[in-house]
Design a protein around this ligand. Structure first.
Ligand code: FAD
Length: 311
């Protein structure tokens, strides 16, 4: 029988005290929903290190949800990246989304020092190496033999990586995206999370191609409920995705903000349903630190136990 599909959420580190208070409120229903994990983004070039870590610590110490730390490596030396990974592991985080990251906005790749780690795959390897150095082995009790210990290798870490169903903006071909994903798995990644996209077939055909190319890890589709025209333009600009003309037209026709939000939520819900029908093992929701739309999508997709959500 097919396992029950999972769901997970992405948060970003709040930028001020007011945003932090809002996040604490929104986290209550998000956590209560029972996600597989909650990931926390990492500001370009480490700009959000402390705040990201605060949110991860909050999840670790106050909830049962597994926190996942996004980490980027562009511009870092090996020593800096190793220190950063160690800091997160020391805080108790054992789940990572390893990313190369982008050079600062407006700066061409050729004009910037990209650092020692040239790709996400190298960061995946480094996370495994740092964890192995910290915890080379664990000692387990042997039942029935007091005092005896069984040695096992250290706690495994979950290392997710990014996947790009419609191609990374820097990629020259689909085969380059598939090769890059395969290389990340070969480096030790055990989960992939996709860039946002707007049509189920974008993801489903990419997964088929990835399987044919030899990728075996789970590939979770990333879904973003887009609740306004302004947000749609922004995410399309940031991700390099093509503008979804049908969704844009519907959002433009909406009168009030609530109407646009309902249209965006319905679009994301239909997408989630189509993905699950097509065989996706779960969905990862970009929340923008809000609970209403993501939970409505989960409800519409049949993944939410509403009795868990506080009134
Ligand atoms: P890589 O997989 O290493 O490379 C990306 C692409 O570059 C590859 O697909 C390939 O086409 C090309 N490429 C790689 N190596 C080579 C090479 N040697 N020669 C030629 N081409 C090459 N950014 C942040 O700053 N913070 C975040 O928290 C964050 N979270 C994200 C979460 C998700 C789910 C996704 C999809 C993206 C996120 N990003 C984030 C954005 C990400 O950092 C950028 O998309 C970045 O450009 C690529 O990172 P990557 O890990 O995919 O890199």
């Amino acid at each position: 029988m097919r396992p029950t599909p999972t769901f997970s959420f992405e948060l970003y580190p709040p930028r001020n005290a007011e945003a932090d208070a809002a996040l604490q409120r929104e986290l209550i229903p998000l956590v209560a929903a029972g996600p597989e994990f909650i990931s926390v983004t990492y500001g370009a070039n480490g700009s959000s290190r402390g705040v990201s870590l605060d949110v991860l610590r909050h999840l670790l110490h106050n909830t049962e949800v597994q926190p996942m730390a996004h980490l980027t490596c562009v511009g870092s030396s090996y020593a800096e990246a190793s220190r950063l990974i160690r800091e997160f592991l020391d805080a108790g985080v054992t789940s990572f989304l390893a990313l190369r990251g982008d050079p600062p906005a407006g700066v061409a790749e050729e004009d910037v020092d990209l650092g020692d780690l040239r790709s996400a795959g190298e960061l995946v390897q480094l996370i495994h190496n740092v964890q192995l150095e910290r915890e080379p082995f664990l000692q387990h009790e042997v039942p029935g033999f007091p005092g005896a210990k069984r040695i096992a290798s250290g706690r495994p870490v979950t290392i997710a990586v990014a996947a790009f169903p419609n191609g990374h903006p820097r990629s020259r071909s689909r085969s380059q995206d598939l090769d890059t994903l395969l290389a990340k798995e070969a480096a030790g990644a055990n989960l992939a999370i996709s860039q946002l996209f707007f049509e189920a077939d974008d993801y489903l055909s990419f997964v088929d191609a990835a399987r044919a190319a030899g990728v075996t890890m789970r590939i979770l589709p990333g879904i973003m409920p887009v609740l306004s025209v302004a947000r749609l333009h922004r995410v399309v600009q940031l991700s390099g995705e093509a503008v979804p003309t049908g969704l844009l037209r519907d959002l433009e026709r909406a009168g009030a903000a609530e109407e646009a939000a309902a249209i965006g939520t319905t679009h994301a819900t239909t997408l989630a349903r189509d993905l699950l029908d097509g065989g996706a093992s779960g969905i990862h929701l970009y929340t923008f630190n809000r609970s209403h739309a993501p939970l409505a999508v989960l409800g519409g997709a049949g993944l939410l136990d509403t009795t868990r959500i506080p009134a």
